[in-house]
Write a protein that binds this ligand. Sequence first.
Ligand code: BYC
Length: 327
Amino acid sequence: MTAQAGSPSVDEAPPELQKRFEDTIARDQRIEPRDWMPDGYRKTLVRQVAQHAHSEIIGMQPEGEWITRAPSLRRKAILFAKVQDEAGHGLYLYSAAETLGVDRADLTERLLEGRQKYSSIFNYPTRNFADVGVIGWFVDGAAICNQVPLCRSSYGPYARAMVRICKEESFHQRQGYELLMTMMRGTDAQRAMVQDAVDRWWWPSLMMFGPPDDDSPNSARSMAWKIKRHSNDELRQRFVDMTVPQAEKLGVTLPDPDLRWNEDRGRYDFGTPDWSELKRVITGDGPCNEERMARRRAAHEEGAWVREAAAAHAAKQAARTQNGAVA
Ligand code: BYC
């Protein structure tokens, strides 16, 4: 990524532009697409926002698999709405990325060629319907902890996209928890399904927040630029503190023998996730990486005719407008 046309690189940027950028960040105001910004700031945002957009789109797959198998019409309608929301989140985020001067088609290409990432969490399988509830509770709960602070991110279009996304994530989390509450009031077999899903999704959910702070190469710079507002470990801790009382209320056990309230810190202590597993999953060797990417690639190819039709329609409209006809 280079600086936008007309936007000089840091070395050659007039000092007043650099100062204005730094002052805007210091005053907690927003950087907008028209403003000068350092190349590194732009690159970091493209990386994070694109990765976030890819995650939303690939994140439709694990739950999407259950739409045809949902146990009732009500559950089917709820799940349909949730998965559709995720497509919408991906679209808001690709639009936010495009304000940085990149093209959505190019970002998709980078994902398909393995040059950009998506969240590790979507490389785990959904084995039973309780997984749908646990994804809502844990994965959307983790998303809320991570994304609410992003509503105050220093880049305007990203922050504004996050406001709407967070409202919808809130509904997603509640639907997951409500589904689990219902299953916990059901049969022993249903309760066992919930506990099994909790056991499988707990540690991968903690890994969603990224590597520990002392192994997070991007955090310091992103926090100085106020793209990220809190460190990975701080957000992970908030998620644990929020989730433990919910687990107690639900009647499930979180699979961590080291989990306990620490009176001095006023927070929960918890065990260490298997960071080698996160590394493996991020580098393509998780349980479902191949399957997820194959599905994403197939969807892209199957959708070629839609993109061509949309482009042809847009060209026709543009030609009509140019000829002075009413569109
Ligand atoms: N998975 O220096 P670090 C959702 C990468 S969608 C994969 O700490 P950073 C939902 C990281 O990119 C959830 N990769 O990085 C959707 C970096 O590699 P690169 C998606 C990960 O950026 C559907 C390297 O590891 N949420 O909620 O400062 C249904 C070093 O990490 C992961 C977002 O995208 C990971 N878990 O912090 C339901 C939120 N963790 O890029 C729900 C926005 C780290 O240098 N993103 N990496 O090659 C963020 O907040 C930050 O980008 C992260 C990582 C906290 C994820």
